[in-house]
Design a protein around this ligand. Sequence first.
Ligand SMILES: NC(=O)c1ccc[n+]([C@@H]2O[C@H](COP(=O)([O-])OP(=O)(O)OC[C@H]3O[C@@H](n4cnc5c(N)ncnc54)[C@H](OP(=O)(O)O)[C@@H]3O)[C@@H](O)[C@H]2O)c1
Length: 259
Amino acid sequence: MEPVEEIRSSIEEMVAQKRRPMVTLTYAQSLDGSIAARPGAPLAVSCEETKLLTHRLRAAHDGILVGIGTVLADDPKLTARRVGGPHPRPVILDGRLRTPPNAKVIRHPRGVVIATSENADAALERDLRARGAEIVRLPAGDGGLSLTALLRRLGEMGIRSVMVEGGTSVLTSFLRAGLVDWVLVTIAPRFVGGVRAIAALPPADAASVEPFPGLGDDWRCGRFARDMVVWGRFVPGKSTERESARTKRNAADRDQKER
Ligand SMILES: NC(=O)c1ccc[n+]([C@@H]2O[C@H](COP(=O)([O-])OP(=O)(O)OC[C@H]3O[C@@H](n4cnc5c(N)ncnc54)[C@H](OP(=O)(O)O)[C@@H]3O)[C@@H](O)[C@H]2O)c1
């Protein structure tokens, strides 16, 4: 099966099994694992065919999520315009409401959801709301806003599948928390030597790759014009399992305190 259909066909099964929206982690990198040439500057990594694949994958998901670092660096539209939609609902992780009022995503046809912290500035919230953004306040978690709380809220909003597109900090947080079901990586046959796709994941002192998170044995790959695409179901590493257990414990503690 090709990737978009394979991932789309598992949404119901994943939602029933995990009791949260299905999460697909996806990004475009160079051969050396760079997603940008330098911080803060956009880099077109994908060729036309893999851009089209990414838009088909976006159209197969209810939501598309990036961090505020990506909004500030790339000003993405986060639509599925290359395939004529349907457009996923954009979600920004933005703890301090730094989303510029004139960011392209503010004018998204589905309306942007901005997830922010409990103490974010009320005046900034009013400004963004006046421009049509929906603001969702979340408790803190490991590495930023709580991803467990975020997925719960998105589920309550009727979002059953989320495509997480970056950047480095957000991709790393989802991997660390083990809150990933599918991974699809586009690889351009170029060396860039720039911004790493993924930051450090424990265990940093491992002597082999076995304890690290990755893909199940039935992963696949294919060539799409100039680029290679690798996809598969996510398998937590030993460290991810520990992180995930810690994230769940922290979320349970917070729930207890809130009650
Ligand atoms: N090639 C690709 O596929 C691709 C795709 C997307 C982005 N990119 C690149 O990625 C780079 C941006 O990456 P980045 O790491 O600077 O920014 P990022 O991952 O887009 O956003 C990180 C920010 O999100 C906020 N955040 C809130 N909760 C978080 C959580 N639980 N975990 C992580 N972050 C959380 C934090 O800001 P606050 O503290 O203010 O909340 C954090 O600094 C850019 O160079 C962009 O071009 C490449």
